[in-house]
Design a protein around this ligand. Structure first.
Ligand code: NAG
Ligand code: NAG
Ligand code: NAG
Length: 382
């Protein structure tokens, strides 16, 4: 989106569903000359975090569906960044799609867009995997086409950037014509970043991806987590080696850990964590959930998606960290069914398992070091 030519006035950016400011941080990292003219969200906790990190940004604690065309026009923006509520498109949100009241504000935006006095030049939207097969997405595409946008959709995970966390997300970028992208666009969803001269973008890749999508489209995700559809679980051979792992699972994890294009978990950990004790997993939890915890070591190059229930629920809410680097997982879980509860606990304690800290999770989500969660801590421990 950056234009190398003459200096231009900074882009005026409207940030919708601004949350804790992830998009604003991304905008800063992009080094595009831009100014967020308004951030809009109704979540009071998120808004406090946002304000703390961007005290000079105009933050509007409003519902988007309550905003009129005139109010939008007055903001006079060139770009929209938005992460509409994703619950309507996830299994746990029961996939009500456009019938879910939480989609109302998004439909309102689509209704407003053609009626703005100045069509924004750029749009970026982020959502969960699942959005790509929704009616809401169809409405979005129809609106973009009728408003003369060119666009490209992606399904990308932090792993695409070498960050060892699986969190597959839908992204769509759109430019108001006659502006075009510096790469060739496709109707299909891309699973990687296009190169600048995108002739090398292999069509075979795109078409195989297309097949994957059409088979995945109807497949409902398992209920293992809020919005993590990318944990491939089904294997033909379900013989368990240890824990609940089949040879297929173990092999897949080994492949991920050997992928040198990925950073190691240790690069995302808090250095000199003063007091890790609040993060260790209580023995009661250990005994009960040991078999279903996703355990990663410091030298691993993978972790599963973190969700809202992390630290409260165990199943499918995110990986936990094995801090005892010299203890083998397979050894601890060997002949696990045959030993007593006490012995199990002794074995499990050797792993010194703890939750990732909020800072570490922010690191794995790509938040920069200057992101402050001061207010979150205040609320949590007050
Ligand atoms: C490593 O991970 C990246 C990103 O997921 C993937 O594109 C690449 O194919 C992987 N490499 C190997 C050798 O598996
Ligand atoms: C998954 O679904 C099953 C059956 O509907 C239910 O018993 C179980 O509690 C669910 N697990 C989670 C983590 O929601
Ligand atoms: C499944 O995998 C196990 C362990 O690798 C192997 O012993 C067994 O023969 C396999 N079973 C089938 C049906 O392939």
């Amino acid at each position: 989106m950056m234009e190398p030519e003459a200096p231009r006035p900074p882009l005026r950016v409207l940030e919708l569903y601004s949350g804790i400011g992830g998009m604003h941080f991304a905008l800063k990292e992009s080094c595009i000359a831009a100014e967020v003219v308004a951030a809009i969200d109704i979540n009071t906790v998120a808004n406090e975090v946002y304000k703390h990190n961007f005290p000079n940004t105009y933050l509007c604690p409003k519902t988007i569906e309550g905003m009129t065309v005139d109010e939008f026009n007055r903001l006079d923006f060139d770009m929209i960044l938005m992460s509409p509520p994703c619950q309507p498109f996830t299994r746990i949100g029961s996939q009500k799609d456009v019938l879910d009241p939480r989609t109302k504000s998004f439909l309102h935006i689509l209704d407003i867009l053609p009626r703005l006095s100045k069509t924004p030049k750029y749009i970026l939207l982020e959502n969960v995997k699942g959005f790509e097969t929704s009616v809401a997405r169809d409405n979005l595409i129809k609106t973009l086409e009728s408003c003369r946008y060119t666009y490209q959709a992606f399904l990308l995970s932090p792993t695409t950037l070498g960050i060892p966390n699986s969190r597959l997300r839908y992204f769509l970028i759109a430019k108001f014509r006659p502006d075009t992208f510096c790469f060739q666009t496709f109707n299909q969803i891309l699973e990687h970043f296009p190169d600048h001269d995108s002739t090398d973008l292999k069509l075979t890749e795109v078409s195989s991806l297309n097949q994957t999508l059409s088979t995945d489209g109807n497949k409902k995700e398992q209920n293992n987590s809020e919005s993590c559809a990318d944990n491939s679980k089904s294997q033909a051979n379900e013989t368990l080696l240890y824990k609940l792992e089949t040879s297929g699972h173990v092999k897949q994890k080994q492949n991920q850990d050997n992928n040198l294009s990925m950073q190691m978990i240790q690069d995302f950990l808090e250095e000199g964590l003063q007091d890790p004790s609040p993060y260790f997993i209580p023995p009661k939890f250990l005994l009960r959930y040991a078999l279903i915890l996703d355990i990663v070591g410091q030298t691993c190059r993978r972790s599963v998606c973190f969700t809202k229930g992390y630290g409260h629920y165990v199943e499918g809410t995110g990986s936990v960290l094995k801090t005892a680097s010299d203890v083998e997982l397979a050894l601890v879980f060997q002949s696990f069914e045959t030993i007593s509860e006490d012995e199990k606990l002794t074995q499990l304690s050797k792993l010194k398992l703890r939750y990732f800290t909020p800072r570490e999770i922010a690191n794995l989500h790509g938040f920069p070091p200057d992101f402050s969660m001061y207010y979150v801590f205040l609320r949590k421990f007050r």
